[in-house]
Design a protein around this ligand. Structure first.
Ligand code: PMP
Length: 399
């Protein structure tokens, strides 16, 4: 037995996948980014519909300029952790600005969104505690729960009654109960019924954390996410999120009102044992945060685009998720057909994501498009035509 023997099943599954999708859905290379919505792939101009760049801000002029100037002034890396040499005044300013943006007392910035959820879940819950996780929560939340040593209880997706039942079943314990949900779920783009969860959390005396990775910058009058839209921000104990979607850069954060939050800087391993974000990334993120705060029209444009795409797919007979958000997925039944479809869409000039079990709900393959404020109506309509053509080419029956 050699060290790679255990990967044989993965290799077999991968070889089968690329027999259906020779372009390899997990090996796409963007050779050039021309705009926020167009790039070069396989030497061909391709519409980008799988980049999570919801407000198009990865290409913002303000952020690019700030990043370039900051790199010239500070260099391109901090070469150290936040608790050693990696805290610059830039990091502290961004933390203050994020706390202010969310009207919260404190904010911790992490080097990725993955580390923000990993760090907060694994640190806030310890061995006497219970974590209650929505079945569709992101891998970073599940990974954090394993690191935490807490008891892990999974409840049915978006089902507050199921959560209530499970919380009651656990009953009185020595430790705490922490419930974790997301604002918008990354696979179907469906939205959490947050008010129902708040009700349960209050009844059962649990803490609540929400990952607004896909809803920050998109929902709420000021872009603060689903908690803002539902007017329940004060009932959410911890909000985590990422810079890598609406903010267009890389990094993650947690905001909260607890005065003890600063102590977590000294015991959150994914915060302590990794290098902090480079100065230019912080500078770019600060500029883009200002844009999110000052340009609500971007959110409106995004909503119109998402709604246009979602309704056009439904009218054409595709099976979509239940809600309209910046993630619009088409649900298929069979992997070979999904892989062929994805491949055909790329050949026809658009890049979307192929999401496969076990990462998908119900073990069904998904064609996942992320819609941006930067897309034009013509680009949205073109993608609809590409889907219809691809469906025909792969023999997918539409309803
Ligand atoms: N949480 C959720 C819900 C996500 O979808 C993602 C990334 N897709 C993350 C956290 C991790 O964020 P990042 O990619 O910025 O590390």
């Amino acid at each position: 037995m050699d060290i790679f023997t255990k990967f044989k099943p993965l290799e077999t599954a991968f070889n089968q996948l690329i027999s259906f999708a020779p372009h390899n859905p997990f090996g796409v290379t963007i050779e050039k980014t021309l705009t926020a919505t167009v790039g070069t792939i396989n030497g061909k101009e391709t519409l980008l519909f799988g980049t999570n760049n919801y407000l198009g801000l990865s290409q913002s002029e303000e952020a690019r300029k700030a990043a370039a100037e900051t790199a010239m002034q500070y260099g391109v890396g901090t070469t150290g952790s936040r608790i050693a040499n990696g805290s610059y005044s830039l990091h502290q300013s961004l933390e203050q600005e994020l706390a202010q943006f969310f009207n919260r007392r404190s904010c911790m910035v992490f080097s990725t969104g993955y580390q923000a959820t990993l760090g907060m879940v694994s640190t806030l819950a310890g061995k006497d505690d219970y974590l209650f996780l929505d079945a569709d929560c992101h891998a970073s939340i599940y990974d954090g729960s394993r690191l935490s040593q807490a008891q892990i209880i999974r409840f049915r997706h978006n089902d507050a009654d199921d959560l209530r039942k499970r919380l009651r079943r656990v009953g009185n314990i020595n430790g705490i109960k922490l419930v974790v949900v997301e604002g918008v779920y990354s696979m179907f783009g469906d939205i959490v019924p947050l008010k129902e969860f708040i009700q349960v959390k209050k009844e059962e005396n649990a803490y609540l954390m929400i990952d607004e990775a896909h809803s920050f910058g998109v929902f709420g009058e000021h872009g603060r996410g689903i908690a803002e839209r539902e007017n329940v921000e004060q009932d959410v104990d911890f909000i985590v999120g990422t810079f890598s979607k609406s903010l267009g850069t890389v990094g993650g954060y947690c905001v909260s009102d607890y005065p003890q939050m600063d102590k977590l800087r000294l015991c959150t391993r994914p915060y302590m044992f990794t290098a902090s974000l480079p100065p230019e990334v912080i500078a770019a993120t600060r500029e883009n945060l200002k844009i999110i705060a000052n340009r609500p029209e971007l959110r409106n444009k995004l909503k119109n685009n998402a709604s246009r795409f979602y309704h056009a797919l439904q009218n054409a007979g595709f099976q979509t998720g239940p809600d309209i958000s910046s993630v619009v997925s088409v649900i298929l039944n069979e992997l070979p057909q999904a892989a062929h479809f994805w491949n055909r869409v790329l050949e026809l000039g658009a890049y979307i994501n192929l999401s496969l079990p076990p990462a998908t709900p119900d073990n069904r393959p998904l064609l996942r498009a992320s819609i941006a404020a930067a897309h034009t109506e013509e680009q949205i309509d073109r993608l609809v035509q590409i889907y219809i053509q691809a469906a025909k080419d792969v023999g997918l029956t539409l309803n």
